[in-house]
Design a binder for this molecule. Structure first.
Ligand SMILES: C[S@@+](CC[C@H](N)C(=O)[O-])C[C@H]1O[C@@H](n2cnc3c(N)ncnc32)[C@H](O)[C@@H]1O
Length: 268
């Protein structure tokens, strides 16, 4: 396959990639044949996946609204993905124009496309970095000078911690960010879980082992442990569709069909 114009040089066109597979589920155009083939294989076992991805994006939107209402004006979006409608900077700035956002993703396509969308916006930065190295990411944030880490910041880890294997110590990584976050900061997470999913979770995990970011689904208890040192705001760590649904929103009859847990938690 030849490299499309929007894909940066050096991108591996022959290996599926989590950012682009997710883009495909969400109806985006920044994915390759190899990503679509993997996604179609996953969909054969789990046709609800696009709905789950949309529910994750809906959580992200509600969380950003909550954070803006709580007075947060700075966002560090780790594993931010390929921008689709309703990005963090658009949501935050619709509510308050002085919001500043740093997007970080390990995937060059996600970063290139974010930069193309952002243009020369002085209040938003997109950087390519590995969130598993908090010292390097925080260093980058300080050098960019857009966020003031002496003031509250929202660190967003939405649909990305399941790409951090246990061996990389996700709890230690989060602690690395927590130590740099001023009192009054928040952490928002949404994390895939295999709870109640039986075989198909294992098949899903096996598919992602082909990508550069293999998947580790965790139980509610394991995800809860990642919130150590933070105080979840009500309703706590819950199935993603149950985190502060909008008034009048149709809720799924069985929230367990959306197998991921979400929380927003305060750093005191
Ligand atoms: C499923 S997407 C989530 C995008 C966005 N946060 C959302 O919820 O809509 C996961 C993103 O995490 C990125 N990612 C995976 N591992 C990462 C890492 N170690 N550092 C930074 N980004 C990572 C992937 O490239 C992908 O863009």
């Amino acid at each position: 396959m030849s490299r499309p114009e929007w894909a940066p040089y050096g991108v591996d066109l022959d290996r599926p990639n989590a950012a682009r597979v997710y883009d495909y589920y969400l109806g985006g155009a920044h994915n390759f044949a190899v990503d679509r083939a993997m996604a179609d294989q996953a969909l054969a076992d789990w046709p609800e996946l696009p709905l789950i991805m949309r529910a994750n994006r809906a959580f992200l939107r509600r969380a950003v609204r909550f954070l803006v209402d709580a007075g947060v004006r700075q966002f560090l979006d780790l594993g931010s993905g390929i921008p689709t409608a309703g990005n963090v900077h658009e949501l935050a700035r619709a509510a308050t124009p002085d919001s500043r956002v740093v997007y970080v993703d390990i995937d060059p396509v996600a970063v290139a496309h974010s930069r193309a969308i952002l243009g020369d916006d002085p209040c938003v930065v997109a950087a390519q970095a590995d969130l598993r190295d908090p010292a390097a990411v925080l260093d980058l944030v300080r050098r960019e000078g857009l966020l003031d880490l002496s003031q509250p910041v929202a660190v967003l880890l939405v649909a990305v911690l399941h790409f951090v294997p246990d061996g990389d110590d996700p709890g230690g990584i989060i602690a690395g960010y927590r130590e740099a976050m001023a009192a009054g900061s928040y952490l928002a997470i949404c994390h895939a879980s295999a709870d109640g999913q039986g075989d198909r979770a294992e098949k899903h995990r096996a598919l992602y082992s082909r990508t550069p970011t293999p998947m580790t689904m965790r139980s509610r208890e394991q995800i809860d442990a990642l919130l150590k040192g933070f105080e979840p705001v009500p309703p706590g760590l819950v199935h993603m569709t149950l985190w502060r649904p909008d008034d009048g929103e149709d809720l799924p009859a069985d929230p367990g069909n959306f197998p991921g847990y979400a929380a927003v938690a305060l750093r005191r």
